[in-house]
Design a binder for this molecule. Structure first.
Ligand code: SAM
Length: 352
């Protein structure tokens, strides 16, 4: 890893440095999981037993405090991170999240704060989020049918989520993205309906390939739908016109469904066309560990470091180590072929 100039962020608001990993990827994006708790029990995130009972959760003292997270983010931004995504669990369930976001917004050099949410509490919190500096939101929504939504998430709250989508659009969040995990036999008959939504509303519908995450998760080869299959299905509505990517657009390949579409379609293919070559991200899990790849279980215990010293040099060293250890690519396909095995990290802890 090469780190050029790790001095504090300048008043210009520009990152102080650029962080390059051994494969010359520039690391500029940190995903921060605020909690492993969630008010939903989505079938791709929890095991069958957990869908009935309570989630296996971290104790409160095992979560990083907001002060600890602010310390990490300040250090990371001074090193070159400029984009932050708040995720979870469900980030909007953590008490005090709005003042925390406002404090993040005051960090010089942090130019881009985004949120991934299930949307249940979004309508109520959207205005405050916007005021606190989060104007970009991804909302997870895997069905447009209320009853099916309840079966997928374990909770009958489609209308709350939809109110959140409408509120985000009305208040001018930009972009508003809908994350749709495409699953054969679960929501594959709705792909066209979701695609049509991208023609009618100024939002981006993003189809995500279902990943085998978390020990005991309900992924199966039969449920997996490749991006190619999803594209073939939605292009029944019209031609997919490529949209030029903008910086920080992330791993999605973006298209417009016809020249008149108000929104766009994104395709995220972690399995069939993985985007490891351009991966620019690190993750801080809700357990306070730094993870350099979603699909590799190696992590650095940053929480222990934060609690053992007030010297930020140790935090910087942990970031440098995570970046140096970032694998060239994930070997999910090979692992699936060899053992049918999955990645043991829990999505609710890592944050997606
Ligand atoms: N609670 C928030 C939410 O629902 O968006 C944030 C956490 S959730 C773990 C983050 C994202 O990961 C969601 O968009 C979800 O759809 C996606 N996700 C979770 N498990 C997945 C899996 N096995 N395959 C693909 N995407 C998954």
């Amino acid at each position: 890893m090469h780190e050029e100039n790790t001095s504090t962020a300048p008043a210009t608001g520009k990152p102080a440095s650029s962080l390059l990993d051994p494969f010359a990827r520039s690391i500029s994006y940190l995903r921060l999981s605020l909690t492993d708790r969630c008010n939903l029990r989505c079938l791709y995130c929890v095991t069958e037993e957990e869908s009935e009972g309570s989630l296996c959760k971290l104790d409160h003292e095992d979560l990083l405090s907001y002060e600890e997270m602010l310390r990490v983010v300040r250090v990371a931004v001074a090193m070159g991170i400029s984009k932050l995504r708040l995720t979870g669990g469900e980030p909007l369930t953590r008490r005090g999240v709005l003042p925390f976001i406002a404090a993040l917004g005051a960090i010089p050099g942090l130019t881009d704060i985004r949120l991934t949410t299930n949307g249940v509490f979004l309508a109520d919190k959207a205005a405050a989020l916007l005021a606190a500096g989060v104007g970009k939101v991804n909302i997870s929504l895997d069905s447009l049918k209320p009853e099916r939504f309840a079966r997928i998430t374990g909770v009958d709250c489609f209308q709350e989520v939809w109110r959140g989508v409408e509120k985000a659009l009305a208040l001018g969040f930009s972009p508003v993205k809908l994350n749709v995990v495409a699953m054969r036999g679960v929501n594959d008959d709705e792909l066209v309906d979701f695609a049509r939504l991208s023609q009618e509303l100024p939002l981006q519908v993003r189809f995500i390939e279902f990943m085998p995450m978390g020990a005991g998760s309900r992924w199966s080869r039969d449920m997996y739908l490749s991006t190619d299959a999803i594209m073939a299905e939605v292009s029944r509505l019209g031609d997919l016109l490529p949209v030029e990517q903008v910086r920080h657009d992330g791993p999605a390949r973006v298209y417009r469904l016809g020249a008149d579409a108000r929104g766009s379609l994104g395709f995220i293919s972690p399995i069939s066309h993985h985007f490891c070559d351009s991966c620019n991200r690190l993750r801080l899990t809700s357990a306070g560990t730094l993870r350099s790849c979603l699909l590799h279980d190696e992590e650095i215990d940053l929480r222990a470091i934060l609690r053992s010293t007030q010297d930020d040099a140790a935090v910087r060293a942990a970031f440098r180590q995570a970046i140096a250890d970032k694998p060239k690519g994930h070997q999910l396909e090979e692992r699936l072929r060899e053992s049918g095995g999955d990645c043991h990290g829990r999505m609710s802890r890592i944050g997606g």
